[in-house]
Design a protein around this ligand. Structure first.
Ligand SMILES: NC(=O)c1ccc[n+]([C@@H]2O[C@H](COP(=O)([O-])OP(=O)(O)OC[C@H]3O[C@@H](n4cnc5c(N)ncnc54)[C@H](O)[C@@H]3O)[C@@H](O)[C@H]2O)c1
Ligand SMILES: O=C(O)C1=N[C@H](C(=O)O)CCC1
Length: 250
């Protein structure tokens, strides 16, 4: 059986370097290109890449994906910075290339995907929900893509269940003291040397709290999800948002 031809964009970055090793080590995949900043995207076509793993930065991801989709190269995207406007542009490119698939995964680790799932399940049962994400201090964006997605899922679940707004008597606060408001859910971002990627979802009701916590302590935690995404995206045309769609969770 022929191997799936895979390229990594952002190959010299923290997660990109780990992805290069993981793809190269997978028996059913062939690493055909490993691009860093400044390398020409034409290399993807010359190398015959079928799937591009996009692990760069929010300022680069759109140009890279536009090129890939235009050339029928499937995308597996971990890069953050997704807004409704960006997603709409990507969907426009995909409409014009109907056999091409792009997976955007706010987080590739199974624990983080389950944290999002559990948070969504729990959200309607508690009066209060806040998210704390904690990352290494080299991270350029805040809040994390994972925390933003978690907050959106929580907010959706609470809207669907008709939950009342969260109780909060704060009338005076320093800027940022109550975190960022993501769809009505406060999200707090910690940047600390020694950390990699961590998240807590705090839920509170009368006389009880529930904390859902996930820790990625090494970039290896993201690799099984990236490899799964690469194998599945070639049979999933259009946009898939979230690795959970490839996990058959329930
Ligand atoms: N979804 C997930 O599970 C997951 C996990 C970890 C990191 N991330 C995200 O992945 C992205 C990268 O994270 P990181 O910690 O590796 O960052 P990093 O800064 O270590 O690496 C990014 C790399 O991309 C390179 N780059 C920038 N523009 C480029 C371009 N146009 N073409 C090729 N290379 C380019 C940079 O030079 C750098 O080497 C971030 O958005 C981060 O939030 C996602
Ligand atoms: O290290 C990062 O940067 C990470 N980014 C993603 C996010 O913003 O959620 C996933 C976790 C690691």
């Amino acid at each position: 059986m022929s191997k799936l031809r895979v390229a990594v964009l952002g190959a010299k970055g923290r997660i990109g370097a780990e992805a290069v090793r993981a793809v190269a080590a997978a028996e059913d995949l062939e690493l055909v290109a490993a691009l860093g900043r400044g390398d020409g995207l034409e290399t993807l076509v010359e190398a015959g890449a079928e799937v591009a793993v996009e692990l760069t930065e929010p300022a680069s991801v759109m140009d890279n994906l536009e090129f890939c989709v235009r050339h029928g190269i499937h995308g597996v995207v971990g890069t953050t910075g997704w807004t409704d406007e960006r997603l709409a542009r990507l969907e426009g490119w995909l409409d014009a290339s109907p056999t091409t698939g792009v997976l955007i995964a706010p987080n590739f680790s199974i624990g983080a995907v389950l944290t999002m799932r559990f948070a969504r399940q729990a959200a309607r049962f508690f009066e209060s929900v806040e998210v704390i994400e904690l990352h290494h201090p080299n991270k350029v964006d805040a809040p994390s893509g994972t925390a933003a997605r978690t907050a959106q899922l929580i907010a959706e679940a609470r809207r669907e269940a008709g939950c009342a707004p969260q109780p909060d008597a704060t009338t005076t606060a320093l800027d940022g003291a109550r975190g960022a408001d993501v769809d009505g859910v406060p999200v707090h971002s910690v940047r600390l040397r020694g950390l990699l990627a961590h998240q807590e979802v705090l839920l509170g009701g009368e006389g009880e709290t529930l904390t859902i916590r996930h820790d990625s302590t090494h970039h290896s935690s993201f690799m099984p999800g990236i490899l799964l995404g690469v194998r599945r995206v070639v049979t999933a045309p259009g946009l898939t948002f979230g690795l959970e769609h490839f996990l058959d969770l329930d």
